[in-house]
Design a protein around this ligand. Structure first.
Ligand code: NAD
Length: 479
């Protein structure tokens, strides 16, 4: 079946590209229209034309549109979750969880619209008051990666629409089906024509057009650091267009001698291996103090041996395949690099053939790692973690900070002093104590430091900062 782009309130055909299931490459999910540069220009123009009407729509009415979208996503969460599993390769249970999160995100922003906005200030002048008002930014370009095909679009599109902006949405080429399903639900609301547009297609033809367009007022991007840096540059060159980029992570989990070992092991298993390690919040550097490293190694190797890698729709699997052939070969290349750098493979390290043709890889654990190795500095984005031995808390913190990234970090320890020191000194946007680095919630800010993030954080109340502009109003009464 063929699926079209959604531009100015109409479904628009194009050249179609097959969307293939990474658990079973003979399963074609559908054929998705590839937008051209001129389709993208039409979508941008439509979003510009609609921005006054949608920006002026009463908050109550905008809230009702978001509520409808959120409730519809929740009603369809099982089908949407299955579709995520089929096109991205995460387990169907994770897919359903992602769909649920996407639905709840729309409901959260529907509710946010009922909260007070703006602030009042005292003035140093007589008969004068000062307050701030929040206004929509205008037309927002939204560019998303493949690893959360529904949740990441939702956490950008929901606040964009809630705060009165119009949207041009470009999903990753690997996962058009989830984006199309979301667009279908949005198309069935009474949004003005052009307020929401879906343009599926390549980064070059569509994404680049959005980030370089003078008619787009702001760009929200999640993806790799390389693309993110290009987009930041494009937005600055075009006249300091507002831009927010969430880029990669190289996240550390510190395990101290006083850690509860079962908690530590489960935090590594969840953080490093679930979703096949394809989360920007995944644990990659496991920094362990020397008193317990041998015990941690043994427990992890035993626990990894219990994990089943399989088809994303197989309810007995613990993790699915990698999302594409390219992804699999990149991750395998990093395994080779690790071995050449002198790290030792404790578990896994190879791809394997399952009962269906797909991109399956064993969960992989390295030991003997040093912080400066490429496998401990560059984002691998697969089911690979590396143990790094340290002497104590000071060296653990220094090692955790020894990366260009700053998305998240975690500590497993029973010592309040060590935990407090870690929370004070580790430079990352999200910090976890006695839990996996990968678990985040939708009602709180999401974002990193250093090379991981540029611009305001996302989600929770933080999203208002990016999706609105603030004006300060001075009023003096004349009598
Ligand atoms: P990517 O950078 O290759 O692509 C992301 C999006 O940008 C896609 O839609 C792509 O088509 C588009 N794009 C590519 N070139 C472009 C260009 N020149 N101009 C405009 N758009 C362009 O990333 P990916 O491979 O889809 O996703 C994986 C990356 O995403 C990883 O690095 C991961 O860490 C990161 N990620 C970060 C977060 C976070 O919140 N920090 C969340 C999820 C994923």
């Amino acid at each position: 079946m063929q699926y079209d782009n959604f531009i100015n309130g109409k479904w628009v055909p194009g050249e179609y590209q097959a969307n293939v299931n990474p658990s079973e490459t003979t399963d074609v999910i559908g054929y998705y229209a590839q937008a051209t540069s001129s389709d993208t220009d039409r979508a941008i123009q439509a979003a510009c034309n609609a921005k006054h009407e949608w920006g002026e729509t009463l908050a109550q009415n905008r809230s009702e549109v978001l509520t409808h979208i959120g409730e519809e996503i929740l009603k369809q969460k099982n089908q949407l979750g299955k579709c995520i599993a089929r096109e991205e390769g995460k387990l169907v249970t994770e897919g359903v969880g992602e769909a649920e999160r996407a639905g709840r995100t729309f409901l959260y922003y529907a509710h946010q619209l009922q909260q007070a906005t703006g602030e009042m200030f005292l003035s140093s002048r007589e008969r004068t008051s000062i307050h701030t008002v929040r206004k929509p930014v205008g037309t927002v370009g939204i560019i998303t990666p493949w690893n959360f095909p529904l949740a990441i679009p939702a956490w950008k599109i929901a606040p964009a629409l809630a705060f009165g902006n119009t949207v041009v949405f470009k999903p990753a080429t690997l996962v058009p089906a989830s984006a199309w399903n979301l667009a279908k639900i949005i198309s069935e609301t009474n949004l003005p024509h052009g307020a929401f547009n879906l343009v599926m297609g390549s980064g070059r033809a569509v994404g680049d057009r959005i980030s370089k367009s003078k008619s787009i007022d702001a760009v929200s991007f999640t993806g790799s650091g390389e693309t993110g840096k290009q987009i930041i540059q494009d937005c600055i060159n075009i006249g300091n267009k507002k831009v927010q980029t969430e880029m990669g992570g190289k996240n550390s989990l510190v395990i101290l001698d006083d850690a509860d070992i079962p908690t530590a092991v489960e935090a590594v298993i969840d953080g490093a291996y679930y979703s096949a390690g394809q989360r920007c919040t995944a644990t990659s550097r496991v920094i362990v103090t020397k008193g317990i490293i041998e015990e941690v190694k043994t427990c992890l190797v035993n626990r990894i041996a219990e994990l089943t890698v399989g088809h994303a729709l197989d309810s007995t699997a613990d993790l699915g395949p990698l999302a594409s052939e390219n992804q699999l070969s990149n991750v395998l290349e990093y395994v080779k690099i690790g071995v050449n750098e002198g790290a030792e493979i404790l578990s896994g390290g190879a791809a394997f053939d399952a009962s269906t043709p797909g991109f399956f890889m064993q969960p992989t654990l390295f030991t003997g790692g040093r912080s400066d190795m490429r496998i401990n500095q560059e984002e691998i984005f697969g089911p690979v973690a590396c143990l790094i031995e340290v002497d104590g808390i000071d060296e653990a913190i220094e090692t955790a900070n020894d990366t260009d990234y700053g998305l998240c970090a975690g500590i497993i320890s029973e010592s309040p002093q060590s935990v407090n020191k870690f929370l004070r000194e580790v430079d990352a946007g999200m910090l976890h104590v006695n839990r996996s680095t990968a678990l985040t919630e939708l009602n709180v800010p999401f974002g990193g430091t250093k090379s991981s993030t540029f611009g305001p954080h996302e989600q929770g109340a933080a999203a208002r900062e990016f999706y609105t502009t603030s004006s300060t109003v001075y009023t003096t009464t004349t009598s």
